[in-house]
Design a protein. Structure first.
Lengths: 658, 199
């Protein structure tokens, strides 16, 4: 199953969810109606009929009163709708809303806590390996159980969150398994589904809450015959039935996604023991969550956050035993009780408080030669034969392997320490991104720096000058990952600082008055990922289900790629033709260079982003085909392809295949 | 009968909307408060790094500045005061007294450092010392980072305070005891900038 298929399955599940939900709402409407009828019957029995305008005590008329039914149905549906709309709106803030709701604290990019450092490193590696931006990392400080979750609508507002217990009790390999599991939720498209689920279920939950509210009205109103408490009790009952349905829906959908996520996590890390051990420790220590809001989000987590109930019917996760056996068929059935050092913990924190940021020792590198590559010997693996490469690029979309993970770890370990440190600190991260974008020619760079001196925060230019020599020597394929690493720190900017940042990036890019694709890619990736942090997220809605209206946009994109990769007219034409053939558009004409300017490409990508997933898939294949037409994928082309894929929300791992 | 149902429905809707509104505003206040508290963590990291650098700086300078013991002791004393003030402020970022104390201590520290740098102008050997140059460089860079982080903190404090004071959120803020946050100001404008020394 490839990335696009998995996303498609997730979408099918969403549709299934909607059907379930409609069924639940329908049964709730019927039950509310029953409640209202019972109340009325009770009333009629006790009071004069004229109060209600009924002329005769007609039992059938009482049981089936279409007017009343419509009223009740409209009221109930409106009610549930309001609740769902409210929660959905609240959640539109993205994953960080969920994390903060559960009491999460964002992890500092330059944290001095070794456990947090470890978590950040594991997440960063996984992000580089899978080609997604580095997500926001949160810690649930108060939670002692071993658990974690990922939430968000897309890769740009996603959040990975782990409990303190998780950080304390798991080794690096186990943590990697857990994070791999969370990343596969991201790549499988489960996050959006999960948030949707939270929103819908909340509407049903509201009914129960409202029932409780009505019940409490008893105290305030006069004791005689107020209908509120009775209706309240009954509504509460109905609401509880609603909650029952809601939980059933949640667990039914969630349970099967967990197995898939486990399987994908093993695919990423190639290390089933890590994940299995983590699960065993969950068995030994527990994964219960203390926060009262956790119930709402229980289906997001790595392991059951709630107490088991009803023989697992409501549990959002498959039984641990089953999950472990799926990874380790001859498991002896023993859980591991992790040692959890509460005492030294406080001590260690105090000691760490004054120590400089901890650099984790580099882990042993399994894939040989990659470090050398970064050192400058950029040969061999960077070159790929064409069709194999084109297919390889796409097959790996959304499915990083252990090789990608090793590459990512290696890449990160081989980045100059000064730049790594800079990527962790907001101000230096800003300077770092500027430095990456500055012109290659000395005169241009000097004038750019002068301008920045005027319009950037004080000290920024000093910082740029400090970082510049190392940035200049940086291997070109390390540039985008470095920018990705800086993301965590850049999220700490305040809104005015972000405005200044994006304005200055614009300035630097405009100032050299030429189309440089790397600049564009970097701007696209950085700003697109940061935007949801500072502005309300705009959701992309699929508007195109057929390729036809998108043909001009495809032409622009493929032409731009052809111009980027080739210099000779014939080669350009050939590269373009390869891509056009892949799209089944043999008549597509190569656009003139004047039509492939940055704003035009930007518009084209904006249109293409509204295409259905299958169109995006086809388009990415075509792009890969164009890039690989001459049998060589240059690093620049590869990174540009990655930027395009990222803009289209289809993360592809770095190209280390072959 | 239909009337009662409609009445109930409207009542329910109004109650629901009111509850949602209050919950939403409350949550956003909590989120804003968390944001400025987290922004303070950024300042905290940089200030701590600076407090760690200063003893090294003084240690290096000591060998050269034999007759300036008072200046050096004043720097160390100001550093300790500021460090304590920072620890207090970090426990409860935004607290008015703690933030004001930190601002005062920081500007006092900047003042003593400025004096140290002015004094060291007269000692060419010290200025040429490799270690000293490195420390100065790092101190300036940290100073810049502090002011950058301070800007981020003050921005988020302002957003929080504005939300807290705007009607009708202020009712919710007062009911649930969301106190005003204090921004981090370093008092004297001429000492606000990083101590600059021309070697």
């Amino acid at each position: 199953m490839d990335f696009f298929q998995r996303q498609e399955t997730a979408r099918k599940h969403t549709r299934l969810l909607e059907v379930y939900f409609a069924l639940a709402v329908a049964s709730i409407v019927v039950m509310v109606y029953a409640v209202v009828v019972i109340c009325l019957a009770y009333y009629q029995h006790h009071m004069a009929m004229r109060h209600f305008g009924f002329e005769e005590t007609d039992l059938a008329g009482l049981v089936w009163n279409p007017k009343l039914f419509v009223l009740v149905a409209a009221g109930t549906i409106l009610f549930i709708f309001c609740g769902s709309a409210f929660k959905t709106m609240q959640l539109s803030g993205g994953g960080s809303v969920v994390a903060e709701m559960l009491g999460g604290r964002p992890v500092d990019a330059n944290t001095s806590d070794p456990d947090e450092r470890k978590l950040l490193n594991v997440v960063e590696e996984m992000a580089i390996a899978s080609g997604t931006p580095v997500p926001h990392v949160y810690v649930l400080e108060e939670e002692r159980g071993i658990n974690a979750f990922a939430a968000g609508h897309s890769t740009s507002d996603m959040v990975v969150c782990a409990t303190r217990g998780c950080l304390k009790s798991l080794t690096r390999d186990e943590l990697q398994g857990v994070i791999g599991h969370e990343f596969s939720h991201i790549l499988n498209g489960d996050m959006r589904l999960n948030l949707r689920l939270m929103g819908l279920v909340f509407g049903i939950l509201c009914l129960a809450l409202f029932g409780r509210l009505l019940m409490s009205l008893r105290g305030s109103s006069s004791r005689d015959r107020s209908p509120f408490p009775a209706i309240g009790i009954l509504l509460l009952a109905v609401g509880s039935i609603g909650v029952f349905f809601a939980k059933l829906i949640k667990s039914a959908i969630s349970r099967q996604r967990e197995f898939l996520a486990d399987a994908s996590a093993v695919q990423f890390t190639r290390n089933p023991e890590g994940l299995a051990c983590a699960l065993k420790k969950v068995g030994g220590r527990g994964s219960r969550l203390e926060d009262p809001n956790a119930e709402d989000a229980s289906h997001l987590f790595f392991a059951n956050g709630m107490a088991e109930s009803f023989a697992g019917m409501f549990s959002t996760h498959p039984p641990l035993e089953e999950r472990i056996r799926a990874l380790e068929p001859n498991w002896d059935g023993k859980f591991i009780a992790p040692d959890f050092r509460e005492e030294d913990e406080a001590d260690a924190r105090r000691r760490q408080a004054f120590a400089p940021p901890v650099m984790e020792p580099g882990r042993p590198v399994r894939a040989p030669g990659l470090g050398d590559l970064l050192g400058g010997r950029a040969m061999g693996p960077a070159m790929m034969p064409m069709t194999a490469a084109a297919a390889g690029v796409l097959l790996s979309a959304g499915a990083p392997t252990q090789r990608h993970l090793d590459y990512a770890a290696d890449l990160r370990n081989n980045l100059p320490p000064a730049l790594q440190a800079a990527a962790r600190e907001p101000m230096s991260a800003v300077a770092l991104v500027y430095a990456l974008l500055l012109g290659k020619v000395d005169a241009l760079r000097t004038s750019q720096l002068e301008q920045l001196q005027k319009q950037a925060a004080p000290g920024i230019t000093d910082e740029i000058t400090r970082l510049l020599p190392e940035v200049m020597n940086l291997d070109s394929r390390a540039r985008l990952p470095l920018a990705a690493l800086a993301m965590t720190a850049l999220r700490r900017l305040s809104e005015p600082q972000y405005d200044e940042f994006s304005k200055n990036i614009d300035y630097i890019i405009q100032s050299d008055q030429q189309l440089e694709l790397f600049e564009y890619a970097l701007q696209k990736i950085v700003l697109r990922q940061l935007e949801p942090n500072f502005r309300p997220a705009k959701r992309t809605v699929v508007q195109y289900y057929v390729l036809k209206p998108l043909v001009p946009a495809c032409g622009v994109l493929l032409s731009a790629l052809a111009y980027a990769g080739q210099t000779e007219a014939a080669a350009i034409e050939n590269a373009f033709r390869q891509g056009a053939l892949k799209l089944n558009l043999p008549d597509l004409q190569l656009s003139a260079p004047a039509d492939c300017t940055l704003p035009k490409i930007d518009l084209a990508l904006g249109d293409l982003n509204q295409g259905a997933p299958q169109i995006k898939k086809l388009l990415l294949y075509a792009c890969a085909e164009t890039v690989a037409a001459d049998g060589v994928i240059k690093e620049e082309e590869a990174e540009l392809l990655r930027a395009i894929a990222d803009t289209l929300d289809c993360p592809i791992p770095p190209m280390v295949s072959l | 009968m239909g009337f009662i149902v409609i009445f109930l429905g409207i009542l329910a809707l109004i109650a629901l909307i009111a509850v949602f509104y209050v919950v939403g505003q409350y949550n956003s206040l909590v989120a804003l408060r968390n944001r400025f508290k987290n922004a303070f963590a950024q300042i905290d990291v940089q200030l701590k790094r600076r407090y760690d650098l200063i003893p090294n700086l003084v240690e290096t300078a000591k060998g050269y500045l034999k007759h300036e013991r008072e200046t050096l002791e004043a720097v160390i004393a100001a550093r300790n005061v500021a460090s304590n003030a920072n620890t207090k402020a970090a426990q409860n970022p935004g607290d008015a007294t703690a933030m004001k104390a930190l601002g005062g201590a920081e500007s006092a520290l900047a003042g003593t450092l400025g004096r140290l740098f002015a004094v060291s102008e007269a000692y060419p050997d010290l200025k040429a010392n490799q270690e000293m140059m490195q420390l100065m460089e790092e101190l300036t860079s940290t100073e810049n980072k502090v002011s950058f982080a301070r800007q981020a903190y003050n921005d988020s404090v302002m957003v929080y305070n504005t939300a807290r004071e705007t009607f009708p959120t202020n009712i919710i803020a007062n009911t649930f005891n969301f106190t005003a946050a204090e921004s981090f100001v370093i008092d004297k404008p001429e000492e606000k900038e990083a101590p600059k020394v021309q070697f």
